[in-house]
Design a binder for this molecule. Structure first.
Ligand code: GAL
Length: 666
């Protein structure tokens, strides 16, 4: 059987099938060299058919079957989908929308995380699972819940929100100050007046909205840690995680959550077929960044991705032949401890009956299953996939090997060391900025994550090994740090950026950064208040362009969307707007360099600017001059190349057939 050092497998829902199919599934899993299956994710109504009465018999047989076949279980708690008996008994534990509509049963995630009955029932089923399976030999990893991120605005939430606000702000006066409640006569005189940001007549209070997201993130984290601790109480050695869903719509601060999991695990579903390689690289680099900043050495796991399609504008675009393995291996090269899919076998009915699977509706005699089998073989063959043996050797649950001495990777240290290395270039990514930008009434709608991904993509295309770092990351050692649209910047973050520059780093700050403090209050005196002195500039006015308008800077570079009116009292001007005003600046003081980019440059212009900045900072690409669509990744066992195009390319003297994945040195 394959080595346990990689997770290769999928969500498996045997409860949806008669038991004869399980035997076929297990045999097929062996054939595809599956090492792990995630089970139990949505099986609450099967595990606890009536309140307090458990039916574990079927799960016993599932876990025993996996173990007999040498396959590990990632055992989920089923709390993302309470059964109908629960909601019938506790109608006020159903989620309430912003507009006061109470949702009804019929999908998943229809619960309120602050409802005491939901929390108690969740803890009960998680504890019962832990009691029964903590010592089951198949269980390698616990997977609490599924994709935390559910919203609710009910009275349970209102009560809990007030408690949370009291802890955060102390007094009503402090809350009034933080939320700027003198605007539109919102001054609170009694805690009972404070509510979740429910539907209201016109614009809501952005600071209230931002605190509500922070609050939901903390409350869901408490729900997670409650279950985690119940599992660990029974089995202190148990490894516990939950799967993060990337996307600004979930009120979950993943950087903070990363401290509470034993292995950072993400699900990733790109939004465009052509954009999938770059989007996957971003998600992988973000997961690695969260893991490293939380002290996990950069280790992480791709817990879910789709086997055979990418949903683009509501259309399921089929992944062309070869893409299944290429995307999985690209995640692995970026530090994922394997590649897991949603899902193993396609459901015949139910809400996701058309979601692709490794074993689709036609059965295993398909191109997709052939590709999954080939990938399984490849992962199990030494040298044919990026390897993390050295980087992960201290973590027994990730490898077959006993714990032993060895270099700990990722968190800090020299460039390109450890789990998937540490890059020379980093991009700052703070999900709270995305919430802040989304929750406010800005001069122009800005897609925060889109802006960050744009800068990441430009570096990725130029063949740089990029780290995506949360604000708490260690910044020292990066030659270049790009801070895109960091609208919300705390005093502490501003101080750390200042320190980074003064220690010799090359900082690149873009428009819409350093504008507001943690309560969304604008820092006065000229934008960007938090970084004005560091950058040597002062922005007086924002001047967003109408949709579709393009302006050409004196360098010939094109800009769209955001522009600004600024002066550069202590910075050199690298590019000017057509009327001669500064557009891109550079401040050099002693060994420190800080750039400011006041407009949304197009991709080519961004790339040219980054080339110049990286060359000046001594940050070199892994492989220079990569053809468009070819990706280079620095894994611990060398440089891996991914040809995402339909043509053959020659890279650094190596022939790379279309769609190929190869190690540079081989
Ligand atoms: C994930 C979720 C899975 C499944 C999948 C479909 O976000 O965790 O349960 O719904 O999406 O793409």
């Amino acid at each position: 059987m394959p080595t346990k050092s990689f997770f290769h497998g999928a969500d498996w829902n045997p409860e949806q099938w008669p038991e004869q199919v399980w035997a076929e599934d297990l045999a097929l899993m062996r054939e595809a060299r599956v090492t792990a299956a995630t089970v139990g994710v949505f099986s609450w109504s099967r595990l606890e058919p009536t309140p307090g009465a458990y039916d574990f018999g079927w799960l016993d047989r599932v876990l025993d079957g996996l173990h007999e076949h040498g396959i590990d279980a990632v055992l989920a708690t089923p709390t993302a989908s309470p059964p109908p008996w629960f909601t019938q008994a506790h109608p006020n534990a159903l989620a309430m929308r912003r507009d006061g509509v109470r949702l009804v049963h019929g999908s998943r995630d229809t619960y309120c995380v602050n409802a005491p009955a939901y929390r108690a029932a969740s803890l009960r089923i998680a504890s019962a699972l832990a009691e029964r399976y903590a010592r089951h030999p198949a269980v390698r990893l616990w997977h609490v819940h599924n994709e935390y991120g559910t919203w609710c605005f009910c009275d349970h939430c209102a009560r809990a929100f007030r408690g949370w606000l009291r802890e955060r702000h102390g007094t009503l006066d402090a809350l009034n100050e933080a939320w700027t409640t003198d605007f539109w006569s919102q001054r609170y005189t009694d805690w009972a007046q404070v509510l979740p940001p429910r539907a209201t007549q016109y614009l809501g209070n952005p600071a209230q909205e931002l605190d509500y997201r922070r609050f939901l993130s903390d409350r869901m984290l408490a729900a997670y840690t409650e279950q985690r601790d119940a599992i660990k109480q029974v089995a202190p050695q148990a490894q516990v995680t939950t799967n993060f869903v990337l996307g600004g719509w979930v009120p979950v601060d993943h950087a903070r959550w990363s401290h509470e999991v034993d292995l950072v695990a993400i699900d990733h579903y790109p939004s465009s077929l052509d954009g999938a390689p770059a989007q996957s690289a971003f998600a992988a680099d973000a997961a690695r960044g969260w893991s490293a900043a939380a002290g996990h050495g950069g280790r992480w796991l791709l817990m879910e991705h789709a086997p055979a399609h990418v949903t683009e504008d509501g259309v399921q675009r089929r992944k062309p032949p070869g893409m299944l393995a290429r995307i999985a291996l690209a995640h692995i090269a970026r530090g994922s401890h394997g590649a897991m899919y949603f899902q193993w076998r396609a459901s015949p009915g139910g809400a996701e009956q058309w979601h692709t699977a490794l074993v689709g509706h036609p059965g295993p005699t398909t191109r997709v299953f052939d590709e999954a089998r080939a990938l399984g073989n490849r992962l199990a063959t030494e040298g044919r996939a990026p390897s993390y043996r050295s980087a992960y050797k201290k973590v027994p649950f990730l490898t077959d090997q006993p714990a032993g001495p060895g270099p700990e990777g990722g968190g800090s240290g020299t460039a390109r060391a450890g789990a998937a290395g540490r890059g020379e270039v980093a991009v700052w990514f703070d999900e709270l900025c995305g919430w802040a930008v989304g929750a406010s009434h800005l001069p122009m709608p800005v897609d925060y994550q889109g802006v960050v991904e744009g800068w990441h993509r430009a570096l990725w295309r130029r063949g740089h090994h990029v780290d995506v770092v949360p604000p708490a990351a260690t910044l020292a050692g990066y030659r270049v740090l790009v801070v895109p649209a960091a609208y919300l910047l705390s005093d502490e973050s501003a101080r750390r950026l200042d320190e980074y520059v003064h220690e010799g780093g090359h900082l690149v700050v873009t428009y819409l950064s350093g504008i507001v403090d943690e309560h969304l209050r604008v820092r006065g005196g000229g934008y960007p208040g938090a970084l004005r002195d560091l950058l040597g500039i002062r922005v007086e006015e924002f001047d967003p362009l109408p949709s579709g308008a393009v302006i050409t800077l004196d360098t010939g570079d094109a800009a769209t969307g955001w522009t600004e009116h600024l002066t550069a009292p202590s910075a050199a001007v690298l590019a000017r707007y057509p009327d001669g005003r500064p557009a891109v600046t550079r401040r050099e003081q002693d060994a420190s360099v800080a750039y400011y980019v006041s407009c949304a440059l197009d991709e080519a212009a961004t790339a040219r600017l980054l080339d110049r900045i990286c060359a000046a900072a001594g940050a070199s690409p892994i492989v220079p001059g990569l053809p468009d669509g070819v990706e280079a990744v620095h894994a611990p066992d060398g440089v891996w190349l991914f040809n995402h195009t339909d043509e053959a390319h020659e890279v650094a003297g190596r022939q790379l057939p279309r769609g190929a994945v190869a190690r540079l040195a081989d």
